[in-house]
Design a binder for this molecule. Structure first.
Ligand SMILES: NC(=O)c1ccc[n+]([C@@H]2O[C@H](COP(=O)([O-])OP(=O)(O)OC[C@H]3O[C@@H](n4cnc5c(N)ncnc54)[C@H](OP(=O)(O)O)[C@@H]3O)[C@@H](O)[C@H]2O)c1
Length: 217
């Protein structure tokens, strides 16, 4: 089994590359320097050359605040990129896992969000990610869209690391109290005991997911 990981330099990408994959599985990591997902021809040629059994897209424009003034780059990374990947996967009959976000919702629901809830992104980041999800859905039937939130890991910037740093610097922490989220370990994202209703596939670990996707091919 060959697993192609995009965004391998990011929090989730690094965790995917380091994941304890079953023996004999090969992970092919691509960071931005290795493959820019906004470049359609490079994406098509690389997927065709590597012929992976599955593609996992953890590459994205993730600067939520900066996206408001950097609209073009956000849409390129979050809409054009996944659309290019989905088109390349369709040409070669390869399933795609697209990592997405809770920012596709407006946060007005009193309880936890479910997969089928209506999306209503409030900002450029959420709108561009939702457009990317839609492009994947439209281009490729063999896909899974995993919406996650509050991702943390040892790498990059995240809420957990910020809180740990501030706790070491200040006697009292002041934090916004009007947001509810579930901090999610990048390592656990595709790990055991996770369940997803996306594409009606029960998912408990990458192997099972890939086997299920493989069957759908
Ligand atoms: N972090 C969170 O709290 C969170 C929450 C919900 C959903 N997500 C989703 O989870 C996924 C992974 O996020 P993350 O936390 O791992 O973000 P991250 O640490 O910012 O990693 C994203 C990676 O994508 C790369 N990238 C950006 N544009 C690219 C392009 N055009 N071509 C190739 N690579 C590109 C970035 O490279 P550069 O460093 O060179 O820009 C970076 O290495 C994203 O889809 C994100 O929307 C994250």
């Amino acid at each position: 089994m060959k697993v192609m990981v995009l965004g391998a330099g990011g929090q989730v990408g690094r965790a995917l590359v380091r994941y304890c994959w079953p023996a004999g599985w090969q992970v092919i990591p691509f960071d931005r320097a290795g493959l820019d997902i906004t470049q359609a021809e490079s994406v098509r040629a690389t997927v065709a050359r590597e012929r992976p059994d599955i593609v996992i897209n953890a590459a994205a424009y993730t600067s939520v605040d900066r996206a408001e003034s950097d609209r073009e780059a956000a849409w390129a990374g979050n809409h054009t990129g996944p659309a290019n990947l989905a088109a390349a996967c369709r040409l070669t009959g390869i399933p795609l896992i697209q990592i997405s976000t809770d920012y596709v919702f407006d946060g007005s629901k009193p309880g936890p969000y479910l997969e089928d809830d209506l999306v209503n992104p409030l900002g450029v980041y959420g709108a561009s990610k939702e457009a990317g999800d839609q492009a994947v859905r439209k281009a490729l039937s063999e896909h899974v869209i995993l919406r996650t939130a509050w991702v943390y890991s040892a790498h990059g910037h995240n809420f957990v690391k910020t809180m740990l740093r501030l706790a070491g610097e200040r006697p009292v922490l002041r934090v916004v109290a009007d947001q509810i989220g579930s901090p999610t370990s990048a390592t656990d994202l595709l790990g055991p005991s996770r369940r997803s209703r996306s594409a009606s596939l029960p998912v408990s670990q990458p192997g099972e997911l890939i086997i299920l996707l493989g069957r759908a091919r």
